[in-house]
Ligand binder design. Structure first.
Ligand SMILES: [Zn+2]
Length: 203
């Protein structure tokens, strides 16, 4: 077997959900592509970290300090949905039902993978909440925090942890997205109808 081929297969295997066979299929498919497509792909990957950045506020992908959602004045600033990953945010956005803001944690608490609260963007969330609450004190509106972590063990652990540390914040109500989502499932792969249901009937 060609070592360059195998090297690329190994690199693809580092991506989530890609096994050795799938990785080999990717490399074979790339070999079928015209040279210029491969060059374009290579350039994009080369400059990915330079060209794509994260929103300073919610940690969604962005081309500026503030992403298009945080920037949008029509979004409901009384709602903040906490998700594990950017792909979860995208799934919820696709339903078109949610018009509030987001906060991307960057994962969920999982001692097996050595992911603890300090490895997630929880400090950033607390800081952001304080700023949001200070801004609204005069208006008297309640801020709804929708915890939309996955309905599996790490997701539930994270939801409990967040409830624990945020419960005493004045002017905040915490709801959990979950009804209709089967336990152990993943928000990212939930179909739109299920997500709509989970959003409408949050508890
Ligand atoms: Zn943002």
């Amino acid at each position: 077997m060609n070592t360059k081929f195998q090297q690329l297969v190994k690199l693809f295997q580092k991506l989530p959900g890609v096994g050795p066979r799938q990785a080999a299929r990717f490399v074979i498919a790339l070999l079928d592509q015209p040279e210029e497509n491969l060059k374009e792909l290579g350039e994009s990957i080369n400059h990915l970290k330079r060209d794509v950045r994260f929103c300073d506020e919610c940690f969604n992908v962005s081309s500026n300090h503030s992403c298009s959602i945080c920037h949008d004045t029509k979004r409901d600033r009384n709602k903040l949905m906490i998700v594990e990953k950017i792909t979860d945010l995208e799934s919820v956005e696709k339903t078109g039902l949610y018009k509030g803001l987001y906060h991307v944690l960057g994962g969920a608490i999982n001692p097996l993978d050595k992911i603890n609260p300090a490895s997630l963007r929880i400090k950033e969330l607390e800081k952001r909440l304080d700023t949001m609450l200070a801004l609204r004190q005069a208006q008297g509106d309640n801020l709804e925090l929708i915890v939309a972590t996955n309905p599996n063990t790490p997701g539930e652990t994270t939801a409990l942890y967040l409830r624990d540390i945020l419960a005493n914040k004045k002017g905040v109500s915490i709801t959990r997205l979950g009804r209709g989502l089967s336990s152990g499932s993943n928000l990212e792969y939930a179909d739109e109808t299920t997500l709509k249901h989970a959003l409408e009937y949050r508890k």
